[in-house]
Ligand binder design. Structure first.
Ligand SMILES: Cc1cc2nc3c(=O)[nH]c(=O)nc-3n(C[C@H](O)[C@H](O)[C@H](O)COP(=O)(O)OP(=O)(O)OC[C@H]3O[C@@H](n4cnc5c(N)ncnc54)[C@H](O)[C@@H]3O)c2cc1C
Length: 453
């Protein structure tokens, strides 16, 4: 049985919106994406995003097969170690991670800009740039009209809010939803890769991601990002046949300025930062990082000083509060637009991709199998809301990404820091504990779902 063709409007060309659009295109469902930025390269902080088995599964299901292969080929080298360090560069733990040979059941590192360019590939006729959504109207026949700041509008059967944490669609549709600061400021920047920069990190840190627990609730994460192409955009020597071909053939590289780098993010509770931190830019932010870390190891401070000031950005970390279920309609939401979370667990993007996959299945079944549209959206929301807000809650209690975490308190914070370090030292030293740590980590990040398939 087939129903009348659907037309889906997606607001926001982020990870979730673009993945949904790919999936719908593959299923033969008409879709249009509206993005406020003017061009495909505008407006993105270039941080590293870890894609886990949950994210891999969603991308595999929604993207055309060759684009999924290109995604794998354009990821940075997979981290081989999860390191925990002190601010004096002493090892607390260096836990070897599993490899990336399984296309789904692997952890991957990708540059936000690269994944965005990848997801835009093949959607040239679907994505409309310079379309800032302002508001919508639901028509008596169930269709929805979206209005844009340039005075234009578009009408479809479904309107999907994929417009991120400050979603204008959510503000109109669910005005009761709460987005609030998590009480944390983070400063991120990139150091262009060089032999000197790399030599300032230990061997395990060079091959992994490294979390620094420091006094006063300061935390820092280091990522070493090495790609399959060189500084001029040519495929690197040693990149094997199929990957080399995929990178060469991928038009997205033309728009992607990502080159090898080491990135850091330094965060702590808001009270540790000057009141004007969010208005600081470039060298002022790097100076601030150096002022905040006077007793850190000279190698870390040297790396901070080597950062390219144009890549530095401050972030006020936000979180959302669970929204009680609402009556289903032809407006729905995915990703940060409904469940913004702190980066504490590194699952915001992965959850957005999972939403996109599930919503794609629901909407495709309406067109292909004649399912009732509202019933399909209701089923998607009934699944998405519980896991989405569970991820919000988990993220808030991880890695000091909530300002109310005891780690940030003056006296008790020292005891929490000592306990964290003792825990990771034990994980490092005791094989059964290490195995449990890894099993829990991979299970949380979706490995069990992939394995069960
Ligand atoms: C420092 C940091 C590190 C992170 N690391 C990880 C990680 O390792 N792993 C992970 O899973 N997640 C990570 N995250 C979270 C992740 O980046 C987000 O959860 C993810 O980008 C959300 O995707 P989205 O598609 O829902 O929204 P977004 O990526 O925010 O996309 C929303 C899109 O909507 C557009 N838009 C907004 N308003 C309008 C409008 N009015 N009209 C039209 N378009 C509009 C925006 O321009 C944007 O393109 C991290 C976040 C931060 C801050």
């Amino acid at each position: 049985m087939t129903a009348a063709p659907l037309h889906v409007l997606v607001i926001g060309a982020g990870f979730g919106g673009l993945t949904l659009a790919h999936g719908l295109c593959r299923a033969g469902v008409s879709v249009a994406v509206y993005e406020k930025h003017r061009t495909r390269t505008d407006g993105l902080y270039g941080y590293r995003v870890g894609i886990d088995p949950t994210g891999n599964r969603a991308l595999k299901e929604c993207l055309p097969p060759q684009l999924f292969d290109t995604f794998v080929a354009t990821c940075a080298r997979t981290p081989r170690y999860f390191n925990v360090l002190t601010e004096k560069k002493k090892r607390t733990a260096a836990i070897p991670l599993r490899g990336d040979s399984d296309e789904i059941n692997s952890e991957r590192s990708v540059s936000r800009q690269t994944l965005r360019q990848l997801l835009l590939t093949g959607l040239e006729d679907v994505v409309h740039f310079d379309k800032r959504f302002t508001h919508y109207e639901q028509q008596p026949d169930g269709t929805v009209t979206a209005y844009f700041a340039d005075g234009t509008s578009a009408t479809g059967d479904v309107l999907v809010a994929a417009d991120g944490a400050h979603s204008a669609v959510r503000k109109q549709y669910l005005p009761q939803a709460v987005l609030r600061p998590a009480g944390i400021i983070s400063i991120g920047a990139k150091i262009p890769m060089s032999p000197e920069a790399l030599s300032l990190l230990s061997r395990e840190a060079q091959q992994g991601l490294s979390l620094v627990f420091a006094p006063k609730g300061f935390m820092c994460i280091w990522h070493v990002m090495e790609f399959g192409w060189d500084a001029r955009g040519g495929v690197k020597e040693g990149v094997a046949g199929n990957d080399a071909e995929l990178i060469r053939a991928w038009p997205g590289l033309l728009f992607d300025n990502t080159r090898d780098y080491i990135s850091f993010g330094l965060w702590a509770s808001e009270d540790k930062f000057p009141a004007d931190v969010l208005s600081l830019r470039g060298p002022d932010l790097i100076d601030l990082v150096l002022r905040l870390t006077p007793n850190w190891h000279p190698d870390f401070r040297r790396l901070f000083a080597m950062a390219d000031p144009s890549t530095a950005f401050p972030l006020q970390i936000a979180t959302s509060e669970a929204v009680p279920a609402w009556p289903t309609s032809t407006v729905t939401l995915l990703g940060d637009a409904i469940h913004t979370m702190t980066p504490g667990q590194g699952v915001g993007a992965n959850t957005s991709l999972r939403d996109a996959m599930l919503l794609c299945r629901a909407l495709s079944s309406v067109q292909a199998k004649g399912r009732d549209l509202l019933a399909a959206i209701c089923e998607y929301e009934a699944e998405m809301i519980p896991y989405g807000f569970a991820r919000v809650a988990d993220s808030l209690v991880q890695n000091g990404t909530s300002g109310s975490d005891p780690l940030h308190r003056p006296v008790v914070g020292r005891a929490v820091l000592a306990a964290n370090r003792a825990y990771f030292r034990a994980v490092d030293a005791i094989p059964p504990l290490r195995r449990k740590f890894l099993d829990d980590l991979y299970t949380y990040r979706g490995a069990e779902l992939a394995a069960a398939e």
